[in-house]
Design a protein around this ligand. Structure first.
Ligand code: FMN
Length: 390
């Protein structure tokens, strides 16, 4: 009989399974959310199936779908996906069936862009939609936010949220979480980073409220914490809940790591399993905390939160090399390593990382349709090399 436990622990940590609540993930490599601006009527398309499918067949343990909106009004662009209709949930089901069929966990990132809505795509500089777009059938619309401050010059001012709006937006997240379950997702992440609505409440740059949802950090955290409590109650107890936070504002903000440690502690108390460490997204008049883009640039944040709060963490940001990723896990800086652009460059990154770390027969991480042939490739190459040396 094979002792699978011993075999698993002989693997590099990155390739050892990990259990979160009722979900066991085959390894600690995560495909980070990557917006594609390719949805139609808020539903994922063939592009999403191929884009995400290749990461699942490439061996990652968790495949995150991109930020997916909880309502039509909260989308960044007309081409962003959502999960606010049953038709959208059905379209996601096709994608999650494929991801899970490859042995990966399917994760959704639920988002509400708040004031950051009605923009063009990144390759058009996220410019606010204007008269030319309206003429082309894409009129701008106004978002919702804690305070009526436009996110950019030329953008429409968002509506300042009243108590009913707050209740409604929380309910939209609950409904989206329930639909995510129907759509076959194993993991739900709430997008609290990158200037989305939760961060708009957290940051004093965007939250000028004088009621119980503004003011000191307790007031500014209140919306996000109420939202998390509601989603946790709706998302099954045996499925993990992640939260992506901007550990520091990154560009112009005054939200610090000390604040993030407080927030992460409150999230943990409310049943968040993993704090996904990112940064940035709120712009303002100050110039604090620019996070230099060095390899693993969010790892120090993940380390501190994991150590001080005792919550599992995920690090992202220029993680490219196998040894680099493994070293963060071995050092106890994080429990998961997430990659975005590197996965675009090499969707089979997990296989190549396994090879670099000396995992025997790394091609076996790929589906049998490939791995059987790649074993033949190994044998053929060995034969060719022995014939050359004769
Ligand atoms: C094309 C693209 C789209 C992205 N979309 C999202 C998104 O939907 N949600 C999110 O939280 N981060 C998004 N990000 C940020 C990534 O998830 C990741 O945090 C960032 O790119 C840093 O990781 P990397 O250095 O491995 O690319 C996106 C990044 C890229 C390159």
């Amino acid at each position: 009989m094979t002792d699978t436990t011993t075999e698993a622990t002989r693997l590099p940590l990155m390739f050892q399974p990990i259990t979160l609540r009722g979900l066991t993930v085959k390894n600690r490599i995560v495909v980070s959310p990557m917006s594609q601006y390719s949805a139609v009527d808020g539903a994922p398309t063939d592009w999403h199936l191929v884009h995400l499918g290749k990461f699942a067949s490439g061996g990652a343990g968790i495949v995150f779908c991109e930020e997916t909106s909880v309502s039509e009004r909260s989308r960044k662009t007309y081409d962003c996906p959502g999960i606010y209709t049953d038709a959208q949930a059905k379209a996601w089901r096709r994608v999650t069936d494929f991801i899970r069929g490859q042995g990966a966990a399917a994760a959704i990132q639920l988002g509400h862009a708040g004031r950051k809505v009605a923009t063009r795509a990144p390759w058009d500089g996220f410019a606010p939609l204007g008269p030319a777009d309206a003429e082309a059938g894409r009129p701008p619309w106004s978002g919702l936010a804690p305070s009526p401050i436009p996110f950019k010059e030329g953008a429409m001012a968002p509506k300042e949220m009243d108590r009913d709006d707050i209740r409604h937006v929380i309910q939209l997240h609950v409904d989206a979480a329930k639909r995510s379950l129907d759509a076959g997702f194993d993991i739900c992440e709430i997008h609290g980073a990158h200037g989305y609505i939760i961060q708009q409440f957290l940051s004093p740059i965007t939250n000028h409220r004088t009621d119980g949802y503004g003011g000191d950090i307790e007031g500014r955290m209140r919306f996000g914490l109420e939202l998390i409590e509601a989603v946790r109650a709706a998302w099954p107890a045996d499925r993990p809940l992640f939260f992506r936070g901007s550990c520091v504002d990154g560009r112009g903000g005054i939200w610090s790591m000390d604040d993030t440690v407080v927030l992460a502690g409150r999230l943990k108390e409310r049943g968040v399993d993993v704090f996904d460490c990112s940064s940035g997204g709120i712009e303002g008049p100050l110039t604090l905390h620019v996070v230099p883009r060095v390899p693993g640039y969010h790892v120090p944040f993940a380390r501190r939160i994991r150590k001080e709060v005792g919550i599992q963490t995920m690090a992202v940001g220029l993680i490219r090399e196998a040894e680099q990723a493994e070293s963060y896990l071995q050092a106890g800086d994080c429990d998961f390593v997430a990659l975005a652009r590197e996965m675009m460059w090499d969707p089979n990154w997990p296989v190549h990382a396994a090879a670099a770390l000396g995992v025997p027969n790394p091609h076996n991480l790929l589906p049998r349709n490939y791995s059987w042939w790649l074993q033949k490739r190994v044998e053929t190459l060995a034969l060719a090399s022995s014939q050359q040396t004769q």
